[in-house]
Design a protein around this ligand. Sequence first.
Ligand SMILES: *Cc1c(COP(=O)(O)O)cnc(C)c1O
Length: 372
Amino acid sequence: MNIPLLDLKAQYRSMRSEILAAIEATCDEQGFILGPRVAALEQAVATYVGSSHAVGVASGSDALLVALMALGVKAGDEVVTVPFTFFATAGAISRLGAKPVFIDIRPDDFNMDPGLLERAITERTKAVIPVHLFGQCADMEAINEIARAHQIGVIEDACQAIGARRNGRHAGVLGNLACFSFFPSKNLGGFGDAGMVTTNDPDLSESIAMLRVHGSRVRYVHEAIGINSRLDALQAAVLLVKLKRLDEWAEGRRRNAARYVQLFTDAKLTDRVTVPVVGADNFHVFNQFTLRVPKRDELRSYLKDHGIGTEVYYPLPLHLQNCYRELGYQKGAFPHSERAAEEVLSIPIYAELSDEQLQYVVQTIASFDRTR
Ligand SMILES: *Cc1c(COP(=O)(O)O)cnc(C)c1O
């Protein structure tokens, strides 16, 4: 059996003609940058997450960058985030000349530990970026309360979490601004790079709409030094078609996650393999189904030899990356992030997986376990 970590072809096959028709219509129009399709996607995403505004940009990374710019983050400022995330979360902070200040994650859900936030805030702190890692929201109530008390902005890195909810409210309305990625492997993936920022604040929304076109509201009049980061109409055309099925795919991922938990339990593996912990307040959309396992790298190559694709998100926490040496963090600074980096393994979870495939994955992990 051959089970890739993600099989986008299966999803594409199920909607090929509708997507090709949308692409063809866009080509016939010959309008490729922003325009009515992008506006329609912005409206659709805003409606979906329940925000009053959404602004399309070229990627999730750029969404983070313009969100920070809209909050006025500049050289010398500090922004608090976690080291156990994709690089873009911290990279956006650094690109503005600001300093990422890391705090550790909670070991259960891999998300920011709000208990560590307050003591990381200084008079230079402008914002905090909690990440909704793997498709599960961070503890936003606790984070917002501390941020409010210190009057700093809250940017959700919701790049992996479109559709995720916390206490019934969607990722995208849980802070001042939220950043989404439509990278192909995200739950809502385009045919290339694309991203979006959502907010309930009309001023922030206007700032972002200005910043994404070189800081201009009126053509060739520039009020701020922005960037070129526009969502293109072909991506919007594809994403508008796919958005209609996002909830169905999320349900498929959630069903597979529940089935995995049952299969790992039945195989009596749960004392060695730690399955994802879902908070009672959370609706997890499983962009990744991430286990903690002993002998992770050995298991990973064993699964590969048996046709099963896996990935390690993420093997090296950001505070230990070469490019962040100058921040001065040492190994041991964030033990939960470092331990997660050694133990995590994401296994296939996409909606189109069959029960036979799920069983094969668990059986193969069980057979590895018996050989050790
Ligand atoms: C994917 C991702 C990003 C960046 O999104 P791109 O669209 O690839 O630029 C940022 N943060 C997290 C947590 C992500 O998973």
